[in-house]
Ligand binder design. Structure first.
Ligand code: FEO
Length: 392
């Protein structure tokens, strides 16, 4: 099995998963996902991370091909989540003498998940491990997005093995380096990956980015998606923007609607937004995937939510969106709300309570009984225009 060569000593030995429909059984994978693994061949042979169990043999074939009979000396584990470790026993069977390099928290998880407690080299933050011409330094990245996460920086080739950070969904089709791939789909999938997987942990991401500021990085080898060389500044910028909860100029309108009355309001609100900016995105919660809805809420500064009153509450799928945003502590939004009711309104009150809890700048709300009348149009139009004016 052919393995991609990234330099004279560095190989990509990861795999593509085009079978799994839902990542973590929740998040759709329209472009699949890769589980990345890398091999550094020097006086010692180092494998950086393993892959998901059903793909382990495939990765091991690539390793065997690259090593031409040599053995693995060290397996560095940056992150214990099972998409990267559930295949570990296959590696230990094939290379029983390898030493596992990880931190103390990872060692506890390794024992808990897999009953593995032998042959470990426990490392500390900033500890160095010489492996020949190459030297690894370990940089801890707790809560990006698990507590045991660490990165390795290889000083000679200036490669950062970054764990999940700077990763994205999407299989690597034919090539693994960003310069050889059309990166458009990966960038879109990076937003969705960050928001859904890492979104809650903005502060830990900021702390980790701080640790990386003084390091010259020529290559980023993440656990998912392309190897970044040409677009390092761009992908670090995306992580920086999202982890600071900074929104771009644009407005997301999220609405639920049973009989199209709330939807009609959303259309009028959108016209008001479009008067100011072309960056307006409408999501019908009954149709759009929630992983994409919350991604766009993270991406843009303006957030307008509409809901009918349903059983004295919000439309249930609208509630789910609010829960996911709250769980990820989305901050700094310009907010407005709208809704309708048939006999007693609650939705707008509840949306305003959400805004208050999240400390958003609430521009206002509009609510009608049953259906919009001609005289209401201007109110909804102006609501959209006002939010768009503030995000510009
Ligand atoms: Fe790709 Fe957090 O595992």
């Amino acid at each position: 099995m052919f393995s991609h060569k990234l330099s004279d000593n560095l190989y990509y030995v990861g795999v593509n998963d085009r079978k799994t429909q839902l990542f973590e059984r929740m998040i759709p994978l329209p472009y699949g996902v890769s589980y990345n693994s890398y091999l550094l061949v020097d006086e010692k042979v180092v494998l950086f991370d393993t892959v998901e169990n059903s793909f382990a043999e495939h990765s091991l074939e690539k390793i065997k091909f690259a090593l031409e009979g040599r053995k693995i000396d060290y397996l560095v584990i940056h992150h214990l989540e099972p998409d990267h470790t559930s295949g570990i026993k296959a590696y230990l069977t094939q290379y029983p003498d390898l030493q596992i390099v990880c931190n103390k928290k990872a060692a506890e998880m390794l024992n808990g998940f897999y009953s593995i407690s032998q042959n470990l080299l426990i490392v500390e933050e900033n500890q160095e491990l010489p492996i020949g011409k190459h030297v690894l330094r370990f940089i801890f990245a707790p809560m990006v997005h698990w507590p045991e996460v660490m990165m390795s920086y290889e000083k000679t080739e200036k490669v950062l093995f970054s764990a999940d950070a700077f990763g994205c969904f999407g299989t690597l089709d034919g090539a693994v380096e960003d310069s050889k791939l059309n990166i458009e789909k990966y960038i879109g999938e990076m937003y969705r990956y960050y928001v859904n997987i890492i979104g809650k942990y903005g502060l830990p991401v900021q702390k980790t980015l701080q640790k990386l500021t003084d390091i010259q990085i020529d290559t980023i080898c993440s656990l998912h998606g392309p190897v970044w060389r040409k677009h390092i500044e761009k992908v670090v910028g995306i992580y920086n923007q999202l982890s600071k909860y900074e929104g771009e100029n644009g407005v997301v309108i999220v609405y639920g609607s049973m009989y199209s009355h709330t939807e009609a309001m959303a259309e009028v609100v959108a016209r008001g937004v479009a008067e100011i900016t072309p960056n307006v995105i409408l999501h019908d919660v009954s149709k759009s995937d929630i992983s994409q809805i919350i991604t766009d809420c993270f991406r843009y500064k303006g957030l307008i939510i509409g809901s009918p009153t349903y059983n004295g509450n919000l439309f249930p799928e609208v509630s789910q969106v609010l829960d996911k945003l709250e769980l990820r502590t989305l901050k700094n939004r310009i907010f407005a709300s709208f809704g309708c009711y048939t006999w007693a309104g609650q939705s707008v009150r509840l949306l305003n309570a959400f805004s208050e809890k999240m400390q958003y700048e609430n521009v206002g709300s509009a609510e009608v009984k049953q259906a919009m009348q001609k005289a209401d149009y201007e109110i909804f139009y102006n609501l959209g225009k006002e939010v768009a004016g503030k995000v510009r």
